[in-house]
Design a protein around this ligand. Structure first.
Ligand code: SER
Length: 342
């Protein structure tokens, strides 16, 4: 008999860490972690298996299903927006072909065990592309169906994968004589910029906020690559994990769409610096905007409309900006680097 499991791709990334921590506390799921890099040793005891490998490796995926029966997939592996701009073709392979491989695997697994496979997909505010900062200032809270004109490879990949997921769930092989539902229950969240107190993002364009904070906590100088006035929606990592879990647990009948915005707080880079300085008054944070990266941030909405998520599955963040900084980020990060030093 194969062991029934939840598969987490990109498990060694920021969100993977948060998710595995969550499941560890719940003790509710048996996890299989997949990542290009070895999973942090501290997380390995909480997984049935921690596999080092590539989501583009079909043989590896086949070996995986010979051993495990997959009931839920958190497909977190991706090349983020800045990195993807340097290698767009590879980004497309990882972000799109990788997702297609996982969707096919979910379909195949559902055929085997006869139950739907939930497929949780982190999409992004990068799926939006607002023409310029002036328009962004008046766009207000952007809804899922608005401004779907991403300017980055990563944004294009995410937007297309949302559509792929919807296709698998609703229209898979619609012309086949023996048409059956694919068995893939795709659910996606367009995440804002994420800030964790214990991990650092790699290769993103919203990374300036976490970078500012982590540099200050380690007493390193930091030059921010966007202007002080640059505004984006952000979220504390525990809320991001909570959102994925809540959406996974939502009753299918209640979901009126497959892709949801979620909001916590919107903040300018200047405000992030002020908050960081309150906790670390000696922090050396300056602004040295990099025009191309700033231009990407300018195309992403300053705020998103998340009323469908609130209505359909009860989304509500725990962390306002005050709570995020005062009760999660600052105390946790201070303790984290103290432990690292000792
Ligand atoms: N945080 C991501 C990035 O900056 C956006 O989803 O690429």
């Amino acid at each position: 008999m194969r062991t029934p499991v939840v598969l987490i791709t990109g498990a060694n990334g920021e969100m993977g860490h948060g998710l595995i921590e969550h499941f560890r506390r719940q003790r509710s799921h048996r996890l299989v972690a997949l990542d290009l890099k070895p999973l942090d040793a501290a997380l390995q005891p909480y997984c049935e298996a921690a596999i080092v490998g590539d989501i583009l490796d079909q043989d590896l995926l086949q070996r995986l299903i010979s051993e495990f029966e997959i009931h839920e997939i958190y497909h977190l592996a991706a090349l983020l927006s800045t990195r993807a701009e340097y290698t767009p073709a590879i980004a497309h392979r990882v972000n799109v072909e990788g997702t297609l491989n996982l969707l096919n695997l979910a379909h195949e697994q559902s055929r085997w065990h006869g139950r739907p496979v939930k497929f949780l997909f982190p999409s992004s505010i990068a799926a939006y592309g607002i023409t310029n900062v002036e328009t962004k200032a008046v766009a207000g809270r952007v809804r899922e169906s608005e401004w779907n004109f991403p300017t980055t490879m990563y944004g294009c990949n995410k937007l297309y994968c949302e559509q792929l997921g919807r296709y698998f769930t609703l229209h898979y092989r619609q012309l086949a004589a023996d048409r059956h539902p694919s068995g893939v229950d795709f659910r996606a969240i367009r995440f804002p910029g994420l800030i964790s107190a214990v991990t650092m993002p790699t290769g993103g364009t919203s990374d300036y906020a976490p970078e500012m904070l982590h540099a200050a906590a380690q007493n390193r100088p930091y030059a921010c690559f966007v202007e002080e006035s640059a505004q984006l929606p952000f979220m504390a990592m525990p809320d991001a994990v909570k959102a994925l879990i809540k959406l996974a647990e939502a009753q299918a009948e209640r979901l009126t769409q497959r892709v949801y915005n979620i909001n916590a707080f919107s903040v300018t880079a200047g405000e992030v610096r002020e908050r960081v300085l309150r906790a670390f008054p000696d922090a050396r944070i300056t602004f040295d905007p990099d025009p191309p990266r700033s231009a990407i941030v300018a195309t992403w909405p300053g705020e998103v409309d998340d009323h469908p998520a609130r209505r359909d599955w009860g989304w509500e963040p725990d962390y306002t900006i005050d709570r995020a900084f005062d009760e999660y980020l600052l105390p946790t990060i201070t303790k984290y680097y103290e432990t690292q030093r000792s």
